[in-house]
Design a protein around this ligand. Structure first.
Ligand code: PLP
Length: 433
């Protein structure tokens, strides 16, 4: 009987012989990029595929294979690879001047679109990434409250120097972090009570993304709202990914009003963009007409291409109605995957909310992040390679991100590939898990 390691080796052997051009490109990249890589999450063994083109929800790699793209640029690729409205907006902006170096019309328009869309964001400021947005929101909380401590959660990812897979990391920004368990109401309330007047803010993803797309319980998020209010700390929702869930992000779905919100990924229509905003009295601290204002700089904060793409993407394409419809369609798809997995009685499930989802190998329902065992990591590896070989591109850690141009046929291609994976490997999964 084939072992898990043998199954992985077998799949990798097929992968190697199918992708000689990507392998050569990877070897070449290794000369100047450490490990051939400039973005950790995109690395997988034996080498990642090099993509050369995208159209709609499809990608083409260097060896000429076509894939349905469920990586979806980790949710920033909401609009797919060739949305005409967004392309037109970018071309138009380019024609009018690439670097204006002054306030431009797009930033005014985009600020209005986002503040109208997310009512808790009364005023907003732009930056270039979700990482930056979160660092700036945390720094704002420290400046506004005059306090130092910041509460985050195990399993959270708020950016390249704000990651807490299991506790803090030496690569993180040197802020004074407290770390609690996601969805643990009692434990977290106690940490907040203990920190009291030293606590500047709680930063939380309303769906824990990189930690396995685990939705925050409404009661948990409500507790955060009450507890932060009690101790005078700010509640910051990181909606960099989840802002695309429904017309007003998860805060709209659960009807909870954070003091500040951070945004990124999809709001730039595929170009780099981050934003942070919130209550007018907090954001007023950035007003340069006031004495002692917080001087937030950034050469590309209002760069015309991202601004123009964002206006088209959020203003014209991803309207509140479209967002609501996309949430319904995606949630129905996720349910269909879960129904298939439970019908086959395989210890797998697809956690998440709407278009953000993760396939887990687990006998238990996934309610909080758990450190993956070596076996479930290996099963994820096997799933990833097998789906690639079926022309379905998912994230190597098991995430799937749907995009607007995905057709029913493309969704069904992933459904069938997952079903075939289960049919082929169910005895192995049952044996090792
Ligand atoms: N916050 C969340 C929830 C994210 O998932 C990410 C990126 O994956 C970030 C922040 C950081 O965004 P960026 O990669 O644009 O810096």
């Amino acid at each position: 009987m084939e072992t898990l390691d043998e199954a992985i080796q077998n799949a990798r052997a097929r992968y190697l012989s199918a992708n000689p051009a990507s392998m050569a490109a990877h070897k070449d990249a290794e000369r100047y990029l450490p490990g051939g890589n400039t973005r950790a999450v995109l690395h997988y063994e034996p080498f990642p595929l090099t993509m050369i083109a995208g159209q709609g929800a499809e990608l083409v790699d260097l060896d000429g294979h076509r894939y349905v793209d469920f990586v979806g640029e980790f949710s920033a690729g909401l609009f797919g690879h060739s949305n005409e409205t967004i392309k037109l907006a970018i071309h138009d902006a380019l024609d009018k001047g690439i670097v204006l170096g002054a306030p431009n019309s797009y930033e005014r328009e985009l600020a209005g679109i986002l503040c109208e869309r997310f009512p808790t964001i009364q005023q907003i400021r732009f930056c270039n990434s979700g990482t930056e947005a979160n660092i700036l929101a945390l720094s704002t909380a420290r400046a506004v409250t005059g306090r130092r401590k910041l509460l985050v959660f195990n399993g959270a990812y708020h950016g390249s120097v704000l990651k807490f897979p299991t506790g803090n990391s030496t690569f993180n920004v040197p802020f004074d972090f407290l770390i609690a368990e996601y969805n643990d109401i009692e434990g977290t309330a106690e940490v907040i009570r203990q920190a009291r007047d030293e606590l500047a803010a709680v930063l939380v993803e309303p769906v824990l993304g990189a930690g396995g797309n685990i939705p925050g319980d409404k009661q948990f998020l409500e507790m955060l709202k009450c507890s932060t209010r009690e101790v005078g700390a700010l509640l910051i929702f990181d909606e960099v990914k989840t802002g695309r869930l429904g017309p007003r992000g998860v805060q709209g779905l659960v009807d909870i009003q954070p003091d500040m919100t951070t945004l990124g990924k999809f709001i730039g229509g595929g170009l780099p963009l981050g934003a942070f905003g919130g209550k007018a009295e907090i954001m007023a601290r950035f007003n340069p007409k006031l004495q002692g204002f917080l001087s937030h700089a950034g050469t590309f904060n209002n760069n015309v291409c991202s601004m123009a793409a964002g206006c088209a993407a959020v203003g014209q394409v991803f309207t509140p109605e479209r967002a609501a419809e996309f949430l319904r369609r995606s949630e129905a798809y996720r349910s269909s995957l879960n129904e298939m997995l439970s019908r086959k009685m395989v210890p797998m499930c697809c956690s998440g909310l709407g278009s953000l989802m993760t396939v887990h190998f687990s006998k238990q329902p996934i309610q909080k992040p758990v450190e993956k065992s070596a076996v479930s990591r290996s099963l994820n590896t096997l799933l990833h390679v097998e789906l690639l070989l079926h022309g379905v591109l998912i994230c190597s850690r098991g995430d799937l991100y749907l995009s607007l141009p995905m057709t029913d046929e493309q969704l069904s291609k992933a459904y069938v590939a997952l079903e075939e994976f289960v049919d082929r490997h169910e005895p192995l999964i049952a044996r090792v898990l």
